[in-house]
Design a protein around this ligand. Structure first.
Ligand code: FAD
Length: 425
């Protein structure tokens, strides 16, 4: 019997097993796919490496930073851009309006000055208007929300925002409207990426010596017998169970889950992302490490340049871009992978990123779980499900296990909660 059984071999599951082992306990990871890494894994097409959407590592947590230090890495300065109607604006737009026509700037600044008072518990759309004024809110973040979160901002709560959206002073808005000599106001000052092997390399020091069994997809959990059935017909028994698999799936596959818990779990939903990844046989594609697209006639919301993260991600002298197209149960993907790829290639030319004739590699694939969505009331429904699972002795961890908007460092730190299991420390 494994002392601790961990479902899912992403960073949260790996971290749980790592902390358990460091505390002298035995842990075994069961991962559905044939490789560990989850969202932090990558795929390679004809010598071009593309991460599974993940971009950079960063953290203020000392413990996680020590793990990152074990891998030789580049340090990048976060200087993203925004594309709207043929213009490139520094990020964040609210204090970088400089490239806009003068009439638009005047309207935006007036509306910033006249923005409404903050109210108690606003929805995300109201919150945006209260922070930035109606003109900036409506033209930029609210439109982006429909692409990234796949629903209108009115449907979202504000629980997930944290420090992600910069709230400028009037002076900063004015300054950024008059000049492009604005300071970096992104919520991070530096970001890290391995020199070799893609983001996943950061996990190598953690997996060393861990017992990870791949190709093991859990399909049924019996909390009374303390057993798990896997899709290959095998059965394992556990003393403690840690789960990083999506919470709604955990509730569905656990024997005896009450109807009310199953119903609450069924209301939890996440966006999915279609990744269109392109390799170019020219040394430069686009000018930026990453950027956001506001126009709705260009489907991707965000674009990253893997070759700028590390030249090890491309054959020498080549370049690459990865486009993120979000969809969900409320905004289904209506195009085939071929149609999406053709659409992105047309956008590459239209946005002046590179010549479509230079494309040598193309790939389109879907990640079913991207971002958990904070629609209004979600946290209460999620907590109800989590409480039930914890009551059964199951310890949820990770972005989808805890059903939270966690960066990789937070997913890593969630694994540390194994130390709370009886007998682990
Ligand atoms: C588009 C995008 C961009 C991001 N960019 C960044 C970034 O720049 N920086 C950053 O720090 N974070 C970023 N993140 C967040 C980061 O990717 C996550 O926080 C982290 O990877 C989550 O790790 P996890 O282990 O919780 O989940 P996952 O990586 O999803 O791992 C869960 C694992 O469980 C496995 N599994 C699922 N079901 C079963 C089953 N039934 N049985 C067994 N195994 C199963 C899955 O195959 C998977 O391997 C980004 C996320 C997205 C979606």
């Amino acid at each position: 019997m494994a002392e601790i059984m961990v479902l899912g071999g992403g960073i949260a599951g790996i971290s749980a097993a790592w902390y358990a082992r460091n505390a002298g306990s035995k842990a075994v990871i069961f991962e559905a796919k044939d490789r560990w890494g989850g969202l932090l894994d990558h795929f390679t097409v004809d010598g071009f490496r593309f991460d599974n959407a993940v971009h950079f590592a960063f953290s203020s947590n000392e413990e996680y930073r020590k793990v990152l230090e074990l891998t030789d890495h580049f340090t990048h300065k976060p200087e993203p851009y925004n594309y709207e109607q043929g213009r490139w604006l520094k990020h964040p737009v609210q204090n970088n309006l400089y490239p806009l026509p003068a009439e638009d700037k005047v309207k935006a600044i007036k509306s910033f000055i006249e923005r409404p008072e903050q109210t108690e518990d606003p929805n995300y759309r109201e919150w945006l208007g209260q922070q930035f004024g109606e003109v900036i809110a409506g033209r930029f973040p609210a439109r982006y929300t429909e692409k990234y979160w796949t629903v209108p901002a009115e449907r979202l709560s504000t629980h997930w925002i944290g420090n992600r959206l910069y709230r400028p002073t009037l002076d900063e808005v004015l300054f950024g409207a008059m000049t492009d000599r604005t300071p970096l106001t992104y919520y991070l000052q530096e970001m890290f990426y391995p020199k070799q092997g893609g983001f996943r390399s950061f996990l190598n020091p953690l997996v060393d010596g861990l017992d990870i069994r791949t190709g093991k997809k859990a399909v049924r959990i019996d909390p009374l017998r303390r057993s798990i059935d896997f899709s290959d017909g095998s059965v394992e028994y556990f003393e403690h169970l840690v789960s990083s698999i999506p919470l709604p799936e955990l509730a569905e596959m656990t024997e005896g889950t009450p109807k009310a818990v199953k119903e609450a779990a069924a209301t939890l939903w996440a966006t999915s992302v279609a990744l269109v990844s392109l390799g170019f046989n020219c040394p430069q594609a686009g000018d930026y490490l990453w950027f956001y697209i506001y126009d709705h006639d260009i489907r991707p919301a965000r674009v990253h340049a893997p070759y700028r993260k590390s030249p090890d991600n491309v054959p020498a002298g080549f370049s690459s871009l990865q486009f993120e197209i979000y969809f969900s149960r409320y905004s289904p993907l209506k195009k085939t992978p071929e149609e999406l790829t053709e659409h992105v290639i047309e956008a590459v030319g239209r946005m002046g990123l590179a010549s479509p004739a230079d494309i040598s590699v193309r790939d389109c694939r879907v990640l079913p779980y991207a971002n958990v969505v904070f629609d209004r009331g979600m946290t209460a429904r999620r907590d109800f499900v989590l409480e039930h699972m914890r009551g059964l002795g199951i310890l949820p961890v990770g972005r989808f296990g805890l059903w939270d908007y966690l960066w990789s460092d937070q997913s890593f730190l969630s694994g540390k909660s194994v130390e709370s299991l009886p007998g682990v420390i």
